[in-house]
Ligand binder design. Structure first.
Ligand code: NAP
Ligand code: COA
Length: 263
């Protein structure tokens, strides 16, 4: 894929990526680092953090890692404060830590539902709340990684649909509150993205994966790189008047199903 972004675009910038040790969020961290951003990633597993930081550094990036759970405000706050103080602030925040599993609403436990709401929605609030005091502003760009489930109800995803819908509204609420301080807040809603833990959990067989792809207007899964392109755009000055936006990167999924089946 052609890289339309100028090398060194983000030289001198600093990004905190929550949930940045794998998948879509790691791809975003990697793209930001490749464009000159100093990146900090945060997640629960020390092993995953170490592997991801090593990979980012091997590719020439300036990266550090922090271990913690987004459900614990103190852990999030400590990591963000440490990273901010080490370099004089933060320019970009990506909040993408999430949990997902397939479970019928009438059969999952209350704790199962609560777990996803606490990781996705409370976690996102924690990350953005802890960041605010350290943002270089005007100019900071905050991106929440939501999902198409926030706008389109999907069976066995009641927990995820609810948590992600909360993230979309939190995105708008913070864009409204923090816009006057020169802080932009946006959300990206990925559709099905290939080679990710999310889709390994949602499409358990090749037949199901094929069925999901056929329901997408562009007839395929997206790539992690395609989501990272949108994140880079949102961090860049090209998006300087974009805030409070809920932006799908979904091959047209939210526009409708191309199968033509009516009723
Ligand atoms: P992934 O590889 O499993 O990424 C999840 C990340 O969050 C990992 O780094 C994980 O690391 C971290 N994490 C999970 N729980 C955490 C917690 N409690 N505290 C701190 N970190 C935590 O999944 P992915 O499929 O790439 O998904 C990434 C994001 O894209 C998610 O927000 C997801 O909802 C969204 N999304 C994905 C798709 C898709 O097709 N994959 C579609 C729509 C939306 P640890 O295990 O080390 O904590
Ligand atoms: N179906 C139904 N309930 C499930 C479940 C499933 N597949 N997986 C977990 N749960 C329930 C558990 O039974 C538990 O409820 P209980 O206490 O009433 O038994 C509750 O959810 C919490 O599970 P636990 O394993 O203690 O949570 P955790 O905090 O260790 O892990 C998860 C969080 C469950 C979301 C785990 O899958 C995870 O860490 N996911 C991160 C990676 C991911 O999901 N990536 C895709 C992102 S789109």
């Amino acid at each position: 894929m052609t890289n339309i972004f100028e090398a060194g675009l983000f030289r001198g910038k600093r990004a905190f990526v929550a949930g940045g040790s794998s998948g879509i969020n790691l791809e975003i961290a990697s793209r930001l680092a490749g464009l000159g951003t100093e990146v900090a990633i945060f997640s629960r597993s020390q092993e995953k953090i170490d592997a991801a930081v090593a990979g980012l550094r091997e590719a020439g990036g300036n990266a550090t890692g922090f271990t913690g759970d987004v459900r614990q405000y103190e852990a999030v706050d400590a990591a963000i404060s440490d990273f901010a103080q080490a370099g004089g602030g933060i320019d970009f925040v990506i909040s993408g830590a999430a949990g997902n599993f397939v479970a019928p609403a009438a059969q999952m436990s209350a704790n199962a539902f609560r777990t996803v709401v606490e990781i996705d929605l409370m976690g996102t609030y924690h990350v953005l709340r802890a960041s605010f005091a350290h943002l270089r502003r005007p100019g900071a760009s905050l991106i929440n990684i939501s999902a198409v489930q926030s706008q389109q109800a999907i069976p066995f995803q009641a927990h995820v649909c609810s948590a992600k819908a909360g993230i979309d509204m939190l995105t708008k609420a913070l864009a409204v509150e923090w816009g006057p301080a020169g802080v932009r807040v946006n959300a990206i809603l990925p559709g099905p993205i290939a080679d990710t833990e999310g889709m390994r959990r949602l499409s358990s067989t090749p037949e199901l994966a094929e069925k999901i792809a056929r329901a997408i207007p562009l007839q395929r899964y997206g790539t992690k790189a395609e989501v990272a392109n949108l994140a880079v755009f949102l961090c860049s000055d090209a998006a300087s008047y974009v805030s409070g936006a809920i932006l799908a990167c979904d091959g047209g999924q939210l526009a409708g199903n191309p199968s033509g089946i009516v009723g």
